[in-house]
Ligand binder design. Sequence first.
Ligand code: ZN
Length: 401
Amino acid sequence: MTFKFRAKPTKTQEHWLFSELRHQKQLQNYMLQMRNQMWDYGHISVSMYDQINHLKDLRAATSHYSDHPQDMQVSTIKRVNAAHEHFQRRCREGTEKKGYPRYKSSVCSLSWSLRKHKLKTGERVRQNPIRETGTRHNRLKVPKLGEVKIRQHRPIVGDPKEVTLKKTARGWYVFIVCEVPDTLKCVPKSACGVDVGTHDFLTTSDGEKIPNPRFYRQAERKLVKLHRDLSRKTYQSKRWYKAKDALAKQADIVACQRLDFLAKTTYKLFHHRGFDAVVAEKLKPSNMVKNRHLAKSISDASWGMFFDWCHWVAKRDGKHFHQVPPHQTSQTCSECCQKSAIKLKLSERVFHCQFCGLKLDRDHNAALNILHRAACALRGEVWDTILCETRNQLLQLACWG
Ligand SMILES: [Zn+2]
């Protein structure tokens, strides 16, 4: 579980943090270069421990390395190790492009792991990185820098393991990763099917609709203006940097609004509506955005992130989240399971069944189908679309005959 708080370093602290970011960038590129050269020389893999030992020698030899916190340097080496292991896997498998890990022109985050300390009782615990002050702002302990002001708006839960300080367009943020024990899964008593769309953000199988806020569309005019301002400035001039910051801030605002909406919607489904299980379609937004007429709306709706949030909240609170195959959910009748003979266009918002005469909102019908499909999967049955399709074909033949 990760907790995110706003950090407020002073001017001097910020200066130190920027110099630290530059140092970590240099170290990362140096360690990556070492690995790449050895790999090109004869597919020799340098291990993470070799590099940590090399770092120890460097720290003993020169103050250029020993002036900086060792924990942050080790985290950087771990990051390089993860990137290179993925690269080696791609080389071994040969199924995709191998893609060398890239050298960075800048890094924007500093991470460090929290070490375990032995108590007098013999128990080994990690030190809490936050010092409580009893005032509006608590303090975050940063190695070699001291204490940085943070706005801790809620208490952290679990055992803190790793801390990351990140610079974004709107300031500094701290992320604290905590280890929490797994929550037991509840026995599902109520379930809900969810159909996501661009018209309404989602429709539940009870017929409830949550409108799509369209944050990007709302801010689009502002963003277009800021892009235009940036393009009219001389590249890398003072005004260019100023315009670039303004644009990044606006983009960050849109991203935050979206995240806030998704988190609240997910919480609403599981807790306010009290559903123990939520079922959605297994969509692939990355493929769907290839449709250039809908790309912007699909990206703005951010379904992928919504599914991720459902997954995390269900895992955290002991609820259930499932995804079912999406084919033909909006073209099939939820009452008689027959597939519509005429393809329903995206502009047609009402589903009308030719077989049983059911008239229902298009998305509500799809949400019911999703729920049925999950219920079938739970019983170990395969949903009978194919069966219905054959039946429809036979019926049509009978009609024409
Ligand atoms: Zn029907």
